[in-house]
Ligand binder design. Structure first.
Ligand code: PXG
Length: 446
């Protein structure tokens, strides 16, 4: 250890130095670590043996809650039988089985599934599919990609290029060329405290028209958006916005990609956001809830017209020069199939719809809590935006996060926004506990 390194250890005296933690203030964390050591159902357990209510489904991924023996047993059995198998020019049955199962829960017409290792890889895959799709059809001038301000599409170079979160982009050079961004849809002056979809802002989709006018539709390959933006602090699409985007894409021959990494698998009370909004993209990306977060995995769902355009290649040709060592990993497929079994037997892909009304009422009851300047919600997602202290954006929410953890509730914060996205197995009493804890904590932070 160098003289400047913090003397950071856990309660068990384990050194914290070697692990360079992701998206974390490493030095701050290591001075005062928060450690989770086990999980079951709606709760984590911390290393000081406290029960912590999971208000975030891990990182929006443990939709069926924690510690399902059915999933861990399925993974163990699979690893015993076939631990790894190559997926390039080779197959193994469970990957085909999982893809068929996914097709059955996907919105109609999404009959093809490409496996990846994460949400970021799913995004890169979908963007590359969009570019290669146009090329396969002889439309190779369509090379521009359009994202949106405040969008989060993971951390690959494709994802940060179309993404719109400034800190995720500014440190990393020139990114992809030929990318533009629609404006984001956040407008507190017109939409503060909207319940569900806000009334104002469908016209922001017309930014795409302006880009078509500027560049020519024939240069634009695809638009990618999160149907509900999560990481940036829960931005719910205005009524009519996604419909308008779809119509403009249709009009101009542009592909529409939904990034469903957080909205997929029941978060909105429907299997996918495409079901909830009744808007069908051409491709959509998933990860997280795909395996309940148990084994890393992502998947891109493609409609027939996308897939079929590739299948015109000459006999014996590889149709898409893309894939990962871990595409369709047997352990991930086993976790995914067992996860789908649980989603189906407990009706979790639609359970959010039953709870969404209670969730909305109880979250909006925090309207008069200290520092709150907006509350927004959809399905089992809520965002609570706080007023910032002068010159210290994000400090208040961070303090609330630490205090909530100390009080036994795990929340997420991004900037000055608290985001909640609990496992879909939650009960009303858990909502009450989150709301009561938040009210108390917000009354205590300066
Ligand atoms: N797309 C979206 C919409 C996401 O939310 C990714 C892609 C990338 O997934 P991977 O598996 O590569 O991380 C995400 C990830 C948060 C938070 O607190 C959200 C994510 C990851 C970490 C934290 O909001 N989303």
């Amino acid at each position: 250890m160098t003289a400047t390194a913090p003397a950071s250890t856990t309660r068990s005296n384990q050194s914290l130095d070697a692990y360079w933690m992701p998206f974390t203030a490493n030095r701050q964390f290591k001075e005062n670590p928060r450690m989770l050591v086990s999980a079951k159902g709606m709760h984590y357990r911390s290393d000081d043996n406290r029960s912590i209510l999971d208000g975030t489904a891990g990182l929006w991924c443990c939709n069926a809650g924690h510690g399902h023996k059915k999933i861990t047993d399925a993974v163990a059995r699979q690893l015993d039988e076939l631990d790894f198998a190559p997926s390039f020019q080779m197959g193994h049955p469970i990957a085909f089985e999982f893809a068929e199962r996914l097709k059955a829960v996907a919105p109609e017409g999404f009959n093809h599934v490409f496996f990846t290792g994460s949400g970021s890889e799913s995004v890169d895959t979908a963007l590359k599919m969009a570019l290669a799709y146009h090329r396969a059809r002889g439309d190779s001038s369509r090379t521009r990609l359009i994202g949106r301000e405040r969008g989060y599409h993971g951390v690959g170079f494709g994802g940060i290029s179309v993404g719109g979160i400034v800190n995720n982009r500014r440190h990393f050079g020139s990114l992809l060329t030929g990318v533009d961004h629609l404006r984001h849809t956040h407008d507190l002056s017109r939409n503060a405290f909207s319940k569900g979809q806000p009334d104002f802002g469908a016209d922001l989709a017309d930014d795409l028209e302006a880009m078509v006018a500027l560049h020519g539709a024939e240069t634009i390959a695809a638009v990618i958006v999160e149907p509900v933006a999560g990481s940036t602090g829960v931005l719910v699409p205005p009524k009519g916005y996604l419909e308008r985007l779809r119509a403009l894409c249709d009009q101009h021959g542009i592909l529409l990609i939904f990034d469903e990494v957080i909205t997929g698998f029941g978060r909105l009370g429907t299997p996918f956001a495409a079901d909830f909004f009744g808007v069908k993209p051409d491709l959509f990306t998933t990860a997280k809830g795909l395996t309940n977060g148990v084994v890393p995995m992502g998947a891109v769902f493609a409609r027939d017209h996308i897939h079929d355009a590739f299948m015109q290649a000459p006999d014996g040709a590889i149709e898409l020069f893309h894939g990962y060592t871990y595409s369709g990993h047997p352990a991930a497929c086993a976790a995914g199939i067992a996860t789908l079994d649980i989603y189906e037997s407990r009706k979790l892909l639609t359970r959010g719809a039953e709870l969404a009304g209670i969730w909305e009422d109880k979250m909006h009851a925090l309207r008069d809590a200290r520092h709150v300047k907006d509350i927004r919600n959809l399905g089992l997602i809520a965002g609570i935006e706080l007023a910032s202290r002068e010159g210290a954006v994000g400090k208040r929410a961070y303090e609330a996060f630490v205090k909530c953890f100390e009080a036994g509730v795990l929340i997420r914060v991004t900037g000055e926004i608290i985001a909640l996205s609990p496992p879909l197995i939650l009960e009303e009493e858990h909502i009450d506990e989150m709301v009561d804890t938040l009210r108390k904590v917000l009354s205590e932070v300066a």
